[in-house]
Ligand binder design. Sequence first.
Ligand SMILES: Cc1cc2nc3c(=O)[nH]c(=O)nc-3n(C[C@H](O)[C@H](O)[C@H](O)COP(=O)(O)O)c2cc1C
Length: 329
Amino acid sequence: MMKILVAYFSQSGNTKLIAEHIAAGISEVAECDLMDIRDVDVRMIRTYDLIGVGGPAIGAEADIVKRFVYSIPLTGGQMCFLFNTHGSLPRRYFPEAIRRMKDREFNVIGWQGFYASVHIQCFPSPYYTDGHPDEQDIADARQFGKDMAARAERIANGETDLIPEVPPLEPPKPYSLPHTGKDDTQARGIHGDRRYDPSKCLYPKCHLCMDNCPEGFIDFSKEPRQFGSHCDICKTNECCYCELICPTGAIYITDDDIEYGLNFLKEHHDFFEATLNQEEAEGKFRRLVPVEEVGWDTPYNVRRKNGEKAKVKPTRIKKSNRSIKPAEQ
Ligand SMILES: Cc1cc2nc3c(=O)[nH]c(=O)nc-3n(C[C@H](O)[C@H](O)[C@H](O)COP(=O)(O)O)c2cc1C
């Protein structure tokens, strides 16, 4: 019987849910372990016949998923599949992620994306893709898991023509968002720039933000404390999850920043809608929130101010696993 690992990273729970059902589907036909990538001992990966790696689309792959992939010792030809959950703009994810796995000498035998709810500070709530993953997505995830296990078995038995072609790297237009900066020299996070008030911070007693930052931007053990990317370009990818989970308000976003992000999105709402309309027309997107019910007047931060909590509890991880570092080759 094949031995398969499903490893995932998830902030608001969507990828975790999909990963659980992929693993359940696999378990019908093979032996399967399911793990948060931060709990995986990468030296054990060579003991699996197939590994699945999944995460949310944050631009493309979250940095923590990339670092996990780079930390896996090279084995040469080991089979893997990829999955993600995403909102309206996942286009760069698989072309980049598949190439990364191939660079790491993996044999990529399949991939699948799943629409999912979106909880970002100044994004409308409900969002266009909210309601996913639903029962149908969960059934699809189980089937995908089963299909991957079956395909891996057949490829292992010599049917190498089942290995799919790598998709093109360049996303077709119009899937690119205009620059978010006020001018060419300044990029400003559309999710709001997070700010840090050390006087309210409980570190070293609390390190939730460090443990859960997908980009590895936060390290309060350094002097001076490292907070943020310190790179104007990277700022567009700051997810602000730390602000969502900080128990004391030491990490915060100003109303001005939130208004900036919301106005930027409003100006470009036709871009998101055009993308999803096209996907819907092609039968790739099942709309669960009618376009007129998308919550432009109730962005996620407003809902939170009114008492809505972050969607999942932050993960507490072992100190030894806090930063995934590339393996020595
Ligand atoms: C900071 C941030 C950036 C995101 N960027 C994208 C994106 O570029 N494309 C996309 O389709 N979805 C994007 N999303 C939506 C997430 O991919 C989606 O909500 C996903 O299901 C979250 O997974 P999780 O619940 O496992 O954390 C983004 C979400 C966050 C928080």
